[in-house]
Ligand binder design. Structure first.
Ligand code: HEM
Length: 203
């Protein structure tokens, strides 16, 4: 365990500030979306803008969360490792908001209609599958759950985040009718992160 008291005050402060600063940064996309909604700046289809914006951020946070371990391994910046859980939970937070916006705004809480959409539109089926994979990961993200499951089982379960990321990208590809550029960028980054994961750790 690192002894904060034994470190110079500036390092100490940096360490203590890292998580709260990143926490606030992670809330900025939501704040910005809220601001645009409050100022009627969501374009001609505000519901679509909200659902899509939250979907974009869900995918971005999934990818940022997956980048933590490779970044730490290749740069030696161990401090970023402490952000992994928070970033993963923010990914889940944005996915949940994306789902809630779809159910509440797009489908007006008509759960029968939501179910029909999940069955009928394949890209929504895939999105839902990704959500269902992420749900137990979010639930088991506490220290208590890591202890209860045991490190090995916990790690195996949490590998599901890669599958969720892949499904998230497929969901995006299936959704867009034209302009594959954005999902392709996500696919390439995700593939690079998966490859980095498979590479042996630096000696
Ligand atoms: C890990 C899970 C998910 C991720 C990463 C994700 C991500 C995304 C992304 C990136 C987009 C495209 C945004 C854009 O065009 O800029 C999108 C669109 C969409 N997603 Fe998801 N999504 C997920 C789960 C879900 C779930 C569970 C549902 C609903 C049951 C859903 C419903 C939708 C809908 C309806 C759209 C398109 C809205 C439209 O046609 O304008 N997604 N999602």
């Amino acid at each position: 365990m690192t002894d904060l008291a034994a470190q110079p005050p500036s390092r100490n402060l940096q360490k203590r500030a890292l998580k709260p600063v990143v926490f606030v940064l992670c809330l900025l996309p939501l704040a910005w979306l809220g601001f645009r909604a409050a100022t009627n700046d969501l374009g001609f289809n505000p519901i679509e803008t909200i659902v899509r914006d939250l979907g974009d951020w869900a995918l971005r946070f999934l990818i940022i969360g997956l980048a933590v371990t490779p970044v730490r391994r290749f740069t030696g910046l161990n401090a970023v490792g402490r952000l992994r859980r928070m970033l993963g939970l923010f990914a889940f937070f944005y996915v949940t908001l994306h789902l809630v916006a779809f159910i509440g705004l797009d489908q007006q809480f008509d759960f029968a209609a939501v179910w029909r959409e999940i069955l009928k539109r394949k890209f929504i089926t895939i999105g839902m599958l990704a959500f269902v994979i992420l749900l137990p990961l979010a639930i088991t993200s506490t220290d208590g759950m890591v202890r209860r499951l045991g490190g090995r089982a916990w790690r195996r379960l949490h590998r599901g985040v890669y599958l969720a990321g892949v499904l998230g990208v497929i969901h995006y590809f299936m959704m867009v009718k034209a302009g594959l550029q954005q999902p392709t960028i996500y696919a390439v980054i995700l593939a690079a992160l998966l490859l980095a994961r498979l590479m042996p750790a630096k000696a």
